[in-house]
Design a protein around this ligand. Structure first.
Ligand SMILES: Cc1ncc(COP(=O)(O)O)c(C=O)c1O
Length: 369
């Protein structure tokens, strides 16, 4: 038919960075004739012990025709009550979402004004920049550098005073570097941009030995994910903590029924004491396994960057090549090129026998190159 054309997307999309993530990429698996369970995944920073048994039981029991037929509770009342008991935050300061990835977009669509300047403390999770740009904002990277990727709070504070951003996005502890801001350093940089919206992503908070929480403040939104420490990536569940007025505004933008019925049940079960004990025990085991893995990789002659999480950046000659070579051995690591680090892979520790498979595979790769 004449006159009909492909629709024109919004101009903001023209330069949007691609959405690149770790975890299994089903297209790449299909190209390599691999099924999801054929590969051992060191590319996704999730608890390798899986979801707590009590969460799995609760989800199994909830799969009934009536639960699947009904729309879920749009206000997540029972989940927010459980979250409130667990975190000590009032119910009206909590907003669950379909993973923190969705909440990041909801925040940007709500608060990023067209042309406004947002600082991203980089290298970091790529969705902050994408969300800001999607909403028409401009991003400025303030980057930490190798070998330690530690931010100097005074230098960051000076940059923020100079740039006067409308928003600042940071991840604590940071993906992919595993570096953590202390509470004092964070408060210090936050004071340098009191006019800004602060988005502090604490997706990996429980992975460190000493978790740090950002201070509640009217200009601060704190993001937390349940897909990492409770290993619920397939269900999608996260939440944010913010001022009640901010929650009210975000709810007008968030898609309705964003958190599905099974995710709500899983979240409620995750905050019961049995699951919390399980989470703490498995994550402290994981930290020990990670320390052993870093020792074993260093014994191979590799440079593992300092980290406070069970994932770390590891220096290689060519990250894309190492990724390919390991995939050929059915092992997945994160090629850090999309973080601007083409000479690093990110490795998330798993259980001891699995970690040994990675060390053996890398030894084999190096022997042949
Ligand atoms: C720092 C960070 N924040 C948020 C997310 C998204 O997590 P979710 O599964 O809660 O959407 C990720 C996922 O990799 C992440 O690394």
């Amino acid at each position: 038919m004449t006159g009909r054309q492909i629709p024109t997307p919004r101009p903001e999309l023209a330069h949007l960075p691609p959405s690149i993530h770790g975890a299994r990429d089903y297209r790449v698996l299909a190209e390599n004739q691999l099924a999801a369970d054929d590969v051992l995944d060191f590319s996704s920073n999730a608890n390798p012990y899986g979801a707590p048994p009590a969460v799995l039981d609760a989800v199994r029991a909830a799969v009934t025709p009536s639960a699947l037929k009904r729309y879920p509770d749009r206000d997540c009342l029972a989940l927010r009550a459980a979250l409130s008991r667990h975190t000590g935050n009032a119910v009206d300061t909590l907003l669950p979402g379909n993973g923190t990835a969705e909440l990041i977009q909801t925040i940007a669509l709500t608060y990023v004004q067209s042309g406004s300047r947002h600082v991203i403390l980089s290298p970091t999770f790529g969705e902050y920049a994408r969300a800001v740009q999607l909403a028409g904002g401009q991003t400025v990277d303030v980057r930490s550098s190798p070998p330690h990727f530690q931010f100097d709070p005074d230098a960051v504070a000076r940059e923020l005073q100079r740039l006067k951003p409308a928003g600042v996005w940071l991840c604590n502890p940071n993906n992919p570097t595993g570096q953590q801001w202390s509470a004092e350093a964070l408060a210090r940089v936050q004071r340098a941009a009191p006019q800004a919206l602060w988005v502090v992503d604490e997706a990996y908070r429980h992975f460190t030995a000493v978790p740090i929480a950002a201070e509640d403040a009217p200009n601060t939104i704190i993001l937390r994910s349940l897909t990492k420490d409770f290993s619920l990536a397939g269900l999608r569940l996260g939440y944010l903590v913010a001022h009640p007025a901010v929650i009210g505004t975000l709810k007008t933008v968030q898609p309705p029924w964003s958190v599905n019925a099974l995710a709500q049940i899983a979240g409620i079960a995750a905050f019961q004491s049995e699951s919390l004990v399980w989470q703490q025990r498995t994550l402290s085991q994981l930290r020990r396994h990670a320390a052993q893995l870093w020792t074993d990789l260093r014994a191979l002659g590799m440079t593992v960057l300092p980290t406070e999480t069970p994932f770390a950046l590891v220096a290689v000659d060519d990250a894309a090549k190492t990724h390919r070579q390991l995939l050929a051995r059915r092992i997945l690591v994160r090629d850090a090129t999309s973080f601007g680090l083409p000479h690093h892979i990110r490795v998330a520790a798993r259980r001891p026998a699995e970690n040994r498979r990675l060390v053996d595979a890398l030894r084999d790769v190096f022997r042949k190159t």
